[in-house]
Design a binder for this molecule. Structure first.
Ligand code: AHG
Ligand code: MN
Ligand code: MN
Length: 332
């Protein structure tokens, strides 16, 4: 039982000291993300007041234009990442192209961020949890010139760090730098993320599965057989429709999340760079597994486009292995 509060900032600085080669840049970048998360959290918590404060696209009572929350989150994250010079560029779900960030005070950063600023955004209007997903890469090109698209098209195995923020019943930031997964719950009274979930390990197996069962008839037969097996085994079906929320539950309680190919989405719906990869990196770090419908490890997939989609099965290792066995058995 931990008897002293450890804040996110303290934790990342401590971790930096354990690693003699660290330059402090990654520490700075993680802190920037922590600040952005608090700003987004503040706004997400006001979302229910939209009717009073003004709907997106309109002007609020102060005459300020009201933005959609996913665009607001995108702007705030980019602002926070641009201020300190610890980030050389951002690829976001909300921007068609990547955004290069100019050096601040001559500081040339070697890091890049990929992000889904607000995940599950259709849930905002109905007061259901949403999240932010991020991944950090070391750029491949020379830090003295602007970053390029190839810098972002790196495999998930090359992630330096990844994390998510879940704006739920409480707000929690979970991240890993490849040495374990830790979670920090925001204490709103002091405005600090405090270490609450140390060295998270995903349960080997679970008794719930998470998939949009409404698309059942549109899935391939082998995926349907696995879903039938989950149902036959009396597993509970849990699907929030915010991947961050579904993955967070699975990380703590065990289970499997599936977004297979459908007729409408032959490669699934979720994005490889800023949804599948960061969450797969975290889940693997916690002892879980993540593969696509072709049974390839997600983190080994070579991306070719910033916004490419990928199918995914992710969660407790035994459940992912079992799903794999079903697909192998039933695929023609
Ligand atoms: P986003 O809000 O960033 O577009 O992501 C929504 C994603 C993901 O969070 C969720 O798991 C999935 O879309 C739900 O899709 P379906 O409604 O097709 O099940
Ligand atoms: Mn998303
Ligand atoms: Mn989004």
């Amino acid at each position: 039982m931990q008897n002293r509060i450890i804040t996110l900032d303290e934790f990342i600085i401590r971790r930096q000291k354990e690693y003699s080669l660290a330059s402090g840049e990654l520490t700075g970048l993680l802190r920037d993300i922590g600040v952005a998360a608090k700003i987004v959290n503040r706004e997400v918590n006001k979302a229910g007041l939209l009717n009073i404060l003004g709907a997106a696209g309109s002007e609020n009572t102060h005459g300020e234009s009201v933005q959609k929350l996913d665009l607001y989150a995108n702007d705030k994250l980019i602002d926070c990442l641009s201020n300190s010079g610890e980030c050389a560029g951002v690829a976001s779900e909300e921007n068609e192209d990547f955004i290069p960030i100019m050096p601040v005070d001559g500081k040339q950063s070697k890091y890049l961020v990929v992000m889904d600023p607000l995940d599950g955004s259709s849930n905002i209007d109905v007061n259901v949890s949403v999240g932010t997903i991020f991944g950090i890469y070391r750029r491949k090109s020379d830090p003295s010139v602007a970053c390029n698209k190839e810098d972002f098209l790196q495999k998930g195995v090359d992630l330096v760090a990844a994390g998510y923020v879940l704006y739920g019943t409480s707000t929690i930031l979970v991240y890993t730098t490849g040495r374990g997964v830790n979670g920090f719950t925001l204490d709103p009274t002091i405005g600090e993320f405090c270490l609450s979930h140390q060295d998270i390990k995903i349960p080997e197996t679970g008794n719930s599965y998470s998939v949009n069962q409404g698309y059942y008839l549109k899935f391939d037969v082998e995926m349907r057989r696995y879903i039938d097996h989950c149902s036959d085994s009396n597993f509970g079906l849990r699907y929030i429709g915010s991947m961050v929320s579904d993955i967070h539950r699975i990380l703590l309680k065990g289970g499997i999340f599936l977004y297979p190919n459908t007729r409408k989405y032959p490669k699934g719906k979720l994005r490889l760079l800023y949804e599948c990869n960061p969450l797969s990196f975290i889940v693997e770090q916690a002892g879980g597994k993540a593969i696509n419908s072709s049974l390839q490890r997600i983190l080994d997939i070579q991306p070719t486009q910033l916004h490419q989609r990928e199918t995914i099965a992710i969660g407790s290792p035994k459940m992912v292995d079992e799903m794999k066995a079903f697909v192998e058995r039933y695929s023609v």
